[in-house]
Write a protein that binds this ligand. Structure first.
Ligand code: DGL
Length: 290
């Protein structure tokens, strides 16, 4: 018998198929796959549900009140159906706003994804740091508070891209956009004020690491790119522990949920397979915009 202290649940092998936790990884779209990949490496034995609220994509353009209501509503459905032991909100736009609402509403642990401003400030030598997020994330009080607390000595440039998350979705779905289109969104990240130039860019949207090879190729000069995904995986392990001995990766099928219930094109299916979701079960959860 294995007692899960966090969820207060007792797993009895006689009644439970496996004593491994179920982890729900949630985003507005495919960006959370960059976090999922790291969590999967840390807990390859776990059972996974990856949920993309693509009916609401992109979250970056939603107003705060309507987005908070939307995420809580979708989460109610996902938690009721999939009964996760832990939820990773693999979305900065949602995490910087709705974590308090989710923690108040549900008793299971939530691990959020928020702009990696502290590590960015620590990594910078020039003191010029850029936070590249969605328009929603860079406008949040939460983000401004992180800057005040952890990067007070730095010159922080906030860039809220309206288009990059969609470009990342296109990239993964096999229809990449042009270099010029990416560069137009990326250029404001690179600041040279005559005394020094940007040397660190914090990727504050989980979609953006999907474009990292293209960012590196297009950057006007080399910078350190900060992706918070490994730190999130470490936090998951802190909360639910290391892999359960005797349980192999892939014992259970990972479930992929798209709220729009769309058919996946073959390129996307292949990409999901490459990202550790070899058997994707699309489970429509159609919800219209709140
Ligand atoms: N992946 C999400 C994030 O980390 C946002 C993309 C969107 O605008 O929906 O912020």
């Amino acid at each position: 018998m294995h007692v899960d202290l966090l969820a207060g649940r007792v797993y009895n092998p006689a009644t439970m198929p496996t004593p491994v936790p179920t982890i729900l990884v949630f985003d507005s779209g495919l960006g959370g796959l960059t976090v999922f990949a790291e969590v999967l490496k840390a807990r390859p034995d776990a059972r996974y549900v990856y949920a993309a609220d693509d009916a609401g994509f992109p979250y970056g353009r939603w107003g705060e009140e309507e987005l908070a209501a939307r995420v809580v509503h979708v989460m109610e459905r996902l938690i009721a159906v999939h009964r996760p032991d832990l939820v990773v909100v693999a979305c900065n736009t949602a995490s910087t706003l709705v974590l308090p609402h989710l923690r108040a509403r549900f008793s299971i642990p939530f691990v959020g994804t928020v702009p990696a401003i502290k590590p960015a400030a620590q990594a910078s030598r020039s003191g010029r740091v850029t936070v590249l997020g969605t328009p929603g994330t860079v406008a949040r009080d939460y983000t401004r508070d992180l800057i005040e607390t952890y990067a007070a000595g730095c010159d922080v440039t906030l860039v809220g891209s309206r288009l990059l998350a969609g470009f990342a979705e296109a990239e993964l779905s096999g229809t990449p956009v042009s270099d010029a289109e990416i560069l137009a969104e990326l250029s404001p990240c690179f600041v040279d004020d005559g005394n020094g130039r940007t040397d660190v860019v914090a990727l504050a949207c989980t979609h953006y690491p999907l474009l990292l090879p293209r960012f590196k190729a297009l950057a006007p000069w080399p910078v350190t790119w900060i992706d918070p995904a490994p730190a999130i995986a470490r936090r998951v392990v802190q909360l639910i522990g290391t892999p359960v001995p005797g349980h192999e990766a892939g014992d259970d099928e990972a479930v992929v949920v798209f709220t729009e219930g769309r058919d996946l094109n073959p390129s996307l299916r292949a990409a999901l397979r490459d990202k550790g979701l070899p058997i994707a079960v699309v489970e429509p959860l159609p919800l219209t915009r709140a």
